[in-house]
Design a protein around this ligand. Sequence first.
Ligand code: ADP
Ligand code: ASP
Ligand code: MG
Length: 409
Amino acid sequence: MLDLKIMVQKYGGTSVGTADRIKAVAERIKRYTEKGFSVVVVVSAMGKTTDELIALASQLTRNPSGREMDMLLSTGEQVSISLLAMALHEIGIDAISYTGSQIRVLTDGNFSRAKIESISTDRIVKSLREKKVVIVAGFQGVDDEENITTLGRGGSDTSAVALAAVLGTRDCEIYTDVNGVYTADPRIIAQPAKLKEISYDEMLELARLGAAVLHSRSVEFAKKYNVRLHVRSSFNYEEGTIVMPKEEMMEKFVISGVTAKRDEAKITIRDIPDKPGIAARLFTLMGENRVYVNMIVQSTGKDNRASISLTVLKSDLDKALKLCETMRKDLGASSVESKVDIAIVSAVGVGMLSSYGVAGKIFQVLSEHNVNIEMISTSEIGISCVIDDMYAELAQKALHKIFIESEQK
Ligand code: ADP
Ligand code: ASP
Ligand code: MG
């Protein structure tokens, strides 16, 4: 354990979106230094910079090299770390900025979705001991061949939690543009309730199923290394939401959140032989080609033939379809179909573990709104339905109304 009182803070894109916002963030950091904290700050790229860089690349190529894309995207964070350091200097706070590679954020070599393997604390601790605020570029690392890598969209949250873990601190504040974690995305539901606390498991499930407020891997790390995440707004000083172990929670809801994931597509392979080893071949092939598969449903076989439906990221669809087509020919399946306009709508809550009839109620609500369910998957604390994307907002509103708004009355 270090003898320093370390606080890790992460500021998202909107929080550092303009020079004035960067000044406001610097003032907030100053307050923490005055309270005796050694502050480590992780920042995202300013505003919509990452989107703009992606759009720029797409004007040049449909298939950018992974290495060059990560090289490009990592520049966004390099701008914000240096500007924040300057803003701190301007108000008399000593600060130093570091890129991921400068503090050896070592990752695997999976460009655009790299996983952090280790982080060296030497340089950070040395700077903290020199009474400097340490500012680290989020979202980026470096692989063992010195290529710059990025951690996937929203990955700065993960950089922050990983730093808190290696520095051995329990405190990590995630500053964003909403007051905390809500029962639904405030951009979709007019007045969702703010949760005072949420368990790691529920937050992980919500993040995995589309709630962009936290990067799902950041929640995995937080749970594993027992880091308490405080998700809060950089626009005010209100308390936000604490993400914590469920044993420490005061309140448990049947459903604590509703969300939708809209970046996946569905593939169906029809009439494949219904015998051992077929699914194994298909999904091994997907894995070997680094296609991330989320939901899988196999229909009951008839006449020794079955159908398999799966969902993959839209960005992997072309690759996945080629692999399925190869399998179709090999196995003599009748067809491979895909659908891009789907949404995976989910309800999540630890209270589900001790309640009956939640699934029935979800399906009932969707049917009352004439929403057809194309695939279903469940976990201990979540139920997800694949539906047509045109109903994504309607379905979230309906589920939120029945499970959350009516429960609050
Ligand atoms: P940042 O740049 O600060 O990381 P993000 O855009 O990645 O910000 O995440 C914050 C956004 O997440 C909010 O503006 C909100 O629209 C969205 N969001 C989705 N689901 C939720 C939820 N359940 N609670 C709070 N925000 C949510
Ligand atoms: N700038 C990156 C993105 O927009 C990482 C982050 O914001 O967390 O996805
Ligand atoms: Mg984010």
